[in-house]
Design a binder for this molecule. Sequence first.
Ligand SMILES: Cc1ncc(COP(=O)(O)O)c(C=O)c1O
Length: 395
Amino acid sequence: MRVDALALAELRERTSEKWREYPDDVLPLFVAETDFPLAPTVTAALEKAVRSGDTGYVASRTPLASAYAGFAGRRFGWTPDPARMRSTADVSMGIVEIQRRVIRPGERVVVNPPVYPPFFDLVTEAGGVVERVPLRDTGEGWELDLDGIATALAAGARAILLCNPHNPTGTVHSAGSLAALARLAEDHGAAVISDEIHAPLAQPDAAFTPFLASGGAAGRIGYAVVSASKAFNLAGLKCALMVAASDETHAVLRGLPVEVEWRTGQFGLLAAVAAFSPESDAWLDGLLVTLDENRRLLQALLAQHLPEAHYRMPDAGYLGWVDLSGLGWGSNPAKQILRQARVALHYGPAFGAEGAGHVRVNFGTSPEILTEAVERIAAAREKISAPASILPGAE
Ligand SMILES: Cc1ncc(COP(=O)(O)O)c(C=O)c1O
């Protein structure tokens, strides 16, 4: 099954953040929404719910946990126990609520910048203090700095907020590094919260390992927070799952207030059950093929039009992390790109100091839009390079 993005005119009918933040002359490649149609299985589930007015609260017994267990079994070769999962409104809420149970106010939580910008706020929202241990650039990719994390744990950090696969670099962490992280955390009495929202979009050649499947220690000290929302573009419907793999960690999830679960969206739950069902697998495989083509297209476009840019293809997802420092466009090139090329990219420095000179490009779109975006940036390069002081409207 081929999965192609909608045309620009159809996309402009959408009213979500991606399509309403900027005026119509801007190509939006910033926020993590995709431009694909819904999977037919998801459309059918939502249409059925609308027809019957099935819009009440989520039931206390639902097929969601079993649907995810089936999905993880088919896609990752890992079958978590549905009895050890609880739903909530979104991945962010799951991350905050779990932290509230595993750290005390003022304790430190490790994050690995450059990283999904809200991670910093999700730690403080839970009363924690952010401890930055940047990813290590190996020259060929990125990896967890296990020595740096060990130092942070020895100095008292109580949890690690892992991004697996990692946003923005698209890194699928190796099974070995996850197992080593789990052992380190266990040795120091710390918890690992693994955000696996991009996992369904790991490319088949990337050998994605769910954190909780990386060995015994991971099951004892880890939590995963998962969702169908990135792969199936369901972020507005509000549904995620918190997953535990031991009696102890399950007891922590069980201890969360019942309201955490009540906030799950009914449409989100119905859509997620459909998305995780075997009937959606062919659609997801088709989407992965399209995203594989797009991650390669972005590489070819940059090589052709902006050869100074440095980009490594991600192992997962639809986000490209591009280093534009070679172009001398300053620490936050996305600002000038927006102004001069009318292309909206995510600001690199928002991901941490390591993001200076970088932009994040959302390639979950059509080849036409992606091509036009890079061509617009290349065509505006003289204006983008000009010192900010001589540009009209420059801040
Ligand atoms: C790594 C990561 N975690 C969490 C989120 C947000 O998820 P949610 O809307 O379910 O809170 C995103 C959104 O892009 C993300 O990339």
